[in-house]
Write a protein that binds this ligand. Structure first.
Ligand SMILES: C[S@@+](CC[C@H](N)C(=O)[O-])C[C@H]1O[C@@H](n2cnc3c(N)ncnc32)[C@H](O)[C@@H]1O
Length: 261
């Protein structure tokens, strides 16, 4: 299903990125700039994307004919591509719009050469279009990359999203995309019945979301470590995180703030 490591001639995507095989066989990248992998190498790039983001999000919006997704940040594009893959595999027909900020133009231009899982190869035309022009459009799909700062994009955004994939580098290496002010901006661009998915289960992240009016839920993805779902309206069918209790047990815990970065 995947090209083996030994068959990879050049594992460097750019001066700052190296391709790395994750434990489910799919390749991810290591960023020298952030000193972090793009995905959990233990959970696997493809598994993490499908199980922590795409599957719970698409279940949540299953009754809608038209959906819009904010994919923070595009990176290697796994969340966008896994969404297309899963919809096709499950026969889910919807009009889909995806907006995705990403400030690393060199990385985007290099994606034509990334070793994607075979199941993404049918989206080669889409990958090439996004890598070259940052846009792809057909009758039912519009993907638009914003090649710049995510905070700026969200602040100026007039669109309202059904789904937010919160998949930035970790709060410790990229704090500006995890602050309470950031999540307040995210809440403003989400539909009232929207859902946010994230791999982060840290109390600081949950406090930042909670402070912006989100309800917080523990999610147990199949074959991966736990993750978080957040929504402005209450959800049923998930284990609710009792934030009042967490706060009373951890009175010194604080969300990240723009003022301290
Ligand atoms: C963990 S990776 C995203 C992984 C991605 N979802 C995927 O499936 O490959 C984080 C990405 O955020 C980008 N990034 C970091 N800070 C940013 C910012 N302020 N604005 C836009 N992009 C940013 C990095 O360049 C990197 O590509």
């Amino acid at each position: 299903m995947f090209i083996q490591k030994s068959h990879l001639n050049n594992s460097f995507l750019t001066d700052k990125h190296r391709m790395v095989q994750s434990d489910d066989g799919s390749f991810t990248a290591y960023s020298a700039e952030f000193d972090e992998h793009y995905h959990s190498t233990k959970d696997g790039a493809l598994a993490e994307s499908l199980q922590k983001h795409v599957i719970p999000a698409l279940l949540h919006v299953s009754f809608k004919d038209e959906i819009s997704i904010l994919d923070i940040c595009f990176g290697l594009g796994f969340n966008t591509l896994a969404t297309l893959y899963y919809m096709k595999k499950e026969g889910i027909k919807k009009k889909l719009t995806i907006y995705s900020p990403e400030f690393d133009k060199e990385l985007i231009a290099s994606l034509k050469h990334f070793v994607y899982p075979e199941i993404f190869l049918e989206f080669k035309e889409i990958i090439d279009a996004l890598s070259t022009s940052g846009e792809y459009q057909d009758e039912s799909l519009h993907v638009s990359l914003y090649l710049g700062d995510a905070r700026e994009f969200i602040r100026d955004c007039k669109h309202q999203f059904d789904v937010v994939y919160q998949d930035a580098f970790s709060p410790s290496s990229n704090p500006i995309l995890w602050t309470k002010e950031y999540f307040a901006d995210i809440a403003r661009v989400m539909k009232e019945d929207g859902i946010l998915t994230t791999y982060s289960i840290s109390l600081a992240t949950r406090l930042a979301l909670h402070g912006s009016g989100f309800h917080i839920y523990l999610y147990e993805p199949k074959g991966c470590r736990s993750s978080t779902l957040a929504s402005l309206k209450e959800l049923s069918g998930y284990e609710r995180v009792d934030m009042a209790h967490k706060i009373s047990c951890n009175p010194e815990a604080k969300p990240l703030s723009d003022l301290e970065i």
